[in-house]
Design a protein around this ligand. Structure first.
Ligand code: ADE
Length: 224
């Protein structure tokens, strides 16, 4: 998979891709992540990428030209399955959207800032809009990192144990069961006996039961 992320604040995206699973996925050649600074695509003297809103109002608006030039340069190199704008009013990110995106070959994520992007970007250049929740972030960068993480960890070979992404919460419409590790007792707080029993069938039953209980308590909407 190839992921191109367009931003006017590229430094905000350095650390999420320089550590742990996302770094390993790139090192293994399973995903290529390229961060594109919008500034060099600006044609004005000061290389600005935003301007005042027509009709007035607080906040700057990201201009269409640098975004169009950047997207066009990328599209000249390859075909993209989706060009996604990160926006609080996009469709809500879910496990199912992450699963869908993990099957794509080439994706662009466009990060908005200020009061958003010129509406013509959304009308003519974007194929999909995604929000990571009903709250407003200062920009789309952190949201893009969340989308990228949720997608990249699903790519075959990224996680050591192939089954562990499949057993994530939400993959089967359920919350994952609780997990424990050593010591078996701490401060008098004990690990459930069944997990120490060595009886695999009973352990699986217990996990299933706990998963269902948690889902009913925490995300009742998932089970209905
Ligand atoms: N940009 C600002 N807020 C956002 C959100 N909640 N999701 C995606 N992009 C955003």
């Amino acid at each position: 998979m190839r992921l191109d992320i367009i931003t006017c604040l590229p430094r905000l995206l350095e650390s999420p891709f320089s550590d742990s699973i996302l770094k390993r996925a790139q090192d293994k050649g399973l995903v290529t992540v390229k961060i594109h600074d919008l500034r060099p695509y600006s044609t004005n003297k000061h290389r600005t990428t935003d301007d005042y809103a027509f009709g007035g109002g607080a906040g700057m608006v990201m201009m269409i030209e640098p975004i169009d030039r950047c997207i066009s340069a990328l599209k000249a190199e390859r075909t993209y399955d989706d060009i996604i704008y990160m926006s609080p009013d996009g469709e809500l990110l879910s496990q199912s959207i992450a699963n869908q995106l993990s099957l794509k070959q080439n994706l662009i994520l466009l990060c908005g800032h200020y009061k958003g992007v010129d509406e013509r970007v959304r009308q003519h250049l974007i194929t999909r809009e995604i929000s990571i929740g009903d709250y407003v972030l200062s920009g789309g960068e952190l949201a893009a990192a969340v989308v990228a993480d949720s997608v990249i960890r699903l790519l075959p070979g990224v996680l050591n144990d192939e089954t562990s992404a499949l057993s994530d919460s939400f993959q089967d419409g359920m919350i994952a069961p609780p997990v424990y590790t050593r010591p078996a007792e701490y401060n008098g707080w004990k690990v459930p006996d069944v997990l120490l029993s060595g009886h695999q069938a009973k352990i699986e039953d217990w996990k299933q039961e706990q998963s269902l209980k948690r889902t009913k308590e925490r995300r009742p909407g998932l089970t209905s």
